[in-house]
Design a protein around this ligand. Structure first.
Ligand code: ARG
Ligand code: GLU
Length: 732
């Protein structure tokens, strides 16, 4: 918590390049030095690796060709990489469709099979044969069968003189046509996605399976060891893995769940290396990174770092502190809020690290230098179309600043962190549905709202929520731009408002909410508009929908159009630079090396951790740092089997692979295409890699695959799973 204060001292204004250049002078790095640091970073399209990427990978020690990684006609690494339930990555590690991903990616599934008597989250779960595997009806996994460049088809009929709206209209029509015409099997899907901010378009042919069964998970004291305290941190000691199996119909094609389905036969599965990793080894991470913003102008980064992140951090800081104080004194509240708390804390902590990293790596100053150079070349070459891009950004970001900030307050306070206001938002959507679509729309919206509300109230406590309301709404009134503040929040006494709302609203319990939502649409809406919480929330939601969001979207479309031109311009003006497309949940390859780092002066973190570190962190009975007895016994006996290394058990390691959210569960692959680790996090000092990858301090964190095998074999005794895998010795 002590880290946060620093950021609130930073002026709440986007810093323009001019001010920065006056205070600091940073040299643009020479673009031509062929230092290995310069051939790292970037998330590349697997079908476009031939040429530069292939040669860089060879320089870093890879023995693979581009075709070993991605091939359409022969099996290749990509056939083993699977998008896991839309958000994470997973990989096939046996000829029988055995799938490996993170514990935090399988968490929901593990939780859904857990009861007080059979608590798989606490004790772990291991299927000793196919029959013991557990089905997960609402989950699915997706393979990428083929990637085609369809840019020219998508741009057909678009001319330079068209306005942005007309261009987008034709582009969207073309995308639909291309997807429809795509060559694919009946059970496959095709979709088109843009890369480089709309300058290039790719078609993805995919295959989705939804008979997915839980095979194994370690206890949380291994799979989530260190929990929130260690999250985003190095040195790390977490066994963050779980296992599933894909089932298919008798013809090996996707089929909905049936007990007659059979284990899926993959085109490729990853052999697993028993030889471990050391500093300098080549590593490749293959997966589905979600979102990065690597080509924002300096003014855009400054806005995030100086305006938006501090607001989000302050809001969550308050919400977390209040929630934590209740969790510590009440066991029931602790369980109810555990998952919400973890997810709120996850990005809270990430943003703090991101801001520190941007500052430490002088990212904004570096962007300013690049922009100076850009302007110089554009003027020299008289590239008329690019001359106003930076001033357009400056103007638009200035204009959007208060809108974005107000939007952030609405999102974080009225939608996310004050749960009662989030509940009023569901009700507000119902009222809107009625006004727009009459009774049928209302009935549909009500059903959706009730389903969602049932989930929300399961883990809701008005006792916790009330002080969060009081604190966060006051913060909103004080700090959100006044142009978007409802009249009832100006100079208000939030203590008495909170007392009144939480004493009188029917929406503080599910029973109350159900009663409120019973009756004809007109009756329900009348009752809602007499409810204290609803009336308060409705003001905020109305302003959001009528003033805030339209203004934001109008400006954002313009920013995106400038960003698209700017991306194109950067590639033209700096033809020798490495430009990788920002992440957008499409399949990517990133490569680098196993490498330690220096987080601050005089401190060096080495690249590997061992079971010794788990024991050092062990706090008996603690909810984050407890260690299972059996693991301690194995440690005492040094019983590591074929998985240990010189009498020690490796646990985690770090590398220079450029990853982001969505890369969780991605395989770390060695120079020969064998599995060596499982990606699950990044180091705190380097979370700014989403805006500015810096090979000096950006590191991804992986579980050493030998720790995974050791837990499966020695800890859980699930030899049946080890027997399915192919274990290899590439270094011997
Ligand atoms: N920081 C990792 C990621 O962004 C892990 C999150 C899950 N673990 C946790 N302790 N909340 O998703
Ligand atoms: N834990 C993240 C995830 O769930 C990956 C860490 C990161 O953001 O790099 O995808």
């Amino acid at each position: 918590m002590r880290y946060i204060k620093i950021y609130f001292l930073v002026a709440l204004l986007a810093v323009s390049c001019k001010t920065i250049q006056e205070t600091t002078a940073v040299k643009v790095p020479e673009q031509t030095i062929q230092d290995v640091r310069e051939i790292q970073g970037g998330m590349w399209i697997p079908s476009l690796l031939e040429g530069m990427n292939e040669s860089e990978m060879l320089q870093l020690g890879s023995k693979m060709t581009a075709k070993d990684i991605y091939d359409v006609n022969n099996s290749s690494l990509k056939d083993a990489i699977v998008h896991f339930n839309g958000g994470c990555t997973s990989e096939i590690i046996s000829p029988n469709g055995l799938l490996l991903t993170n514990h935090h990616c399988g968490y929901g599934a593990i939780q859904s099979h857990s009861t007080v008597e059979k608590d798989y989250l606490t004790d772990g779960f291991w299927a000793m044969n196919y029959d013991e595997e557990l089905s997960n009806p609402s989950m699915d996994v997706t393979f990428i069968k083929r990637i085609d460049d369809v840019t020219s088809e998508v741009f057909k009929g678009v001319t330079a003189t068209m306005d942005e709206a007309s261009k987008l209209k034709i582009i969207n029509q073309n995308i639909e046509k291309v997807a429809k015409a795509a060559q694919k099997e009946a059970w496959q899907d095709a979709n088109v996605k843009s890369i480089y901010n709309g300058n290039q378009y790719l078609l993805f042919v995919t295959e989705t399976f939804n008979d997915l069964r839980l095979v194994g998970a370690p206890p949380s004291s291994i799979g989530k060891f260190g929990a929130d305290t260690d999250n985003w941190m190095w040195p790390r000691h977490t066994g963050d893995f779980s296992m599933f199996r894909i089932y298919a119909g008798a013809n090996n094609r996707p089929a909905s769940y049936s007990k007659d389905n059979v284990p899926y036969k993959p085109n490729h599965y990853l052999p697993i290396s028993l030889d471990g990793v050391e500093e300098g080894d080549f590593t490749l991470v293959f997966g589905f990174p979600g979102r990065t913003n690597e080509y924002l102008p300096a003014v855009g980064v400054a806005q995030i770092v100086n305006v938006l992140n501090p607001a989000r951090i302050e809001i969550r800081d308050n919400s977390l502190k209040i929630t934590d104080s209740f969790m510590r004194k009440d066991a029931e509240i602790k369980i109810k809020y555990a998952s919400k708390y973890a997810s709120t804390a996850n990005y809270w902590k990430k943003w703090i690290g991101e801001n520190q990293g941007i500052e430490k790596s002088n990212a904004i100053e570096k962007k300013c230098e690049l922009e100076k150079e850009f302007t110089k070349i554009v003027n020299e070459k008289d590239l008329a179309g690019y001359k106003t891009l930076l001033s357009d950004f400056e103007k638009l970001y200035t204009e959007i600043e208060s809108v974005s900030l107000a939007r952030e307050y609405w999102m974080e306070v009225a939608y996310r962190n004050v749960e009662l206001l989030g509940i009023t938002f569901r009700a507000y959507q119902m009222e809107q549905a009625y006004l727009k679509g009459g009774e049928p729309a209302f009935t549909k919206a009500k059903e959706a709202a009730l389903n969602r509300l049932a989930e929300i109230y399961k883990n809701y406590s008005a006792t916790v929520d009330k002080p969060v309301f009081e604190k966060l709404v006051a913060l909103y009134a004080e700090k959100s731009p006044s142009a978007y503040l409802p009249a009832n929040m100006v100079n208000a006494d939030f203590k008495s408002i909170a007392n009144d709302i939480y004493a009188n609203s029917k929406l503080t319990t599910f029973e109350g909410a159900e009663k409120l939502l019973t009756g004809t649409p007109a009756e329900v809406i009348k009752k809602l508009n007499e409810d204290k919480a609803y009336v308060f929330g409705k003001e905020l939601h109305t302003i959001f929908y009528t003033k805030l969001e339209p203004k934001f979207q109008a400006l954002n479309i313009q920013i995106e159009a400038v960003q698209k031109e700017y991306m194109k311009a950067l590639m033209e003006v700096f033809p020798n630079n490495r430009f990788f497309p920002d992440a957008n949940s499409t399949l990517r390859v990133t490569y680098g090396q196993v490498k330690g780092y220096e987080p601050k002066d005089g401190v060096y973190y080495s690249a590997n951790t061992y079971l010794e570190g788990v024991v050092e962190k062990y706090v008996p009975g603690d909810y984050e740092f407890d260690v299972p007895k059996k693991l301690l016994d194995l440690y005492e006996a040094k019983d590591y089997g074929q998985y240990g290394e010189n009498g020690k058990m490796p646990v985690n390691f770090i590398g220079t692979n450029h990853t982001t959210g969505g890369n969780s569960g991605s395989p770390a692959i060695d120079a020969h295409g064998n599995l060596i680790g499982l990606n699950f996090d990044r180091v705190w000092e380097g979370t700014m890699s989403d805006m500015n990858y810096d090979p000096d301090i950006c590191r991804n964190i992986m579980v050493d695959i030998r720790y995974v095998l050791f837990i499966i074999d020695k800890y859980a005794g699930a030899k049946n799973l080890i027997d399915e895998m192919t274990l290899v010795h590439p270094k011997k």
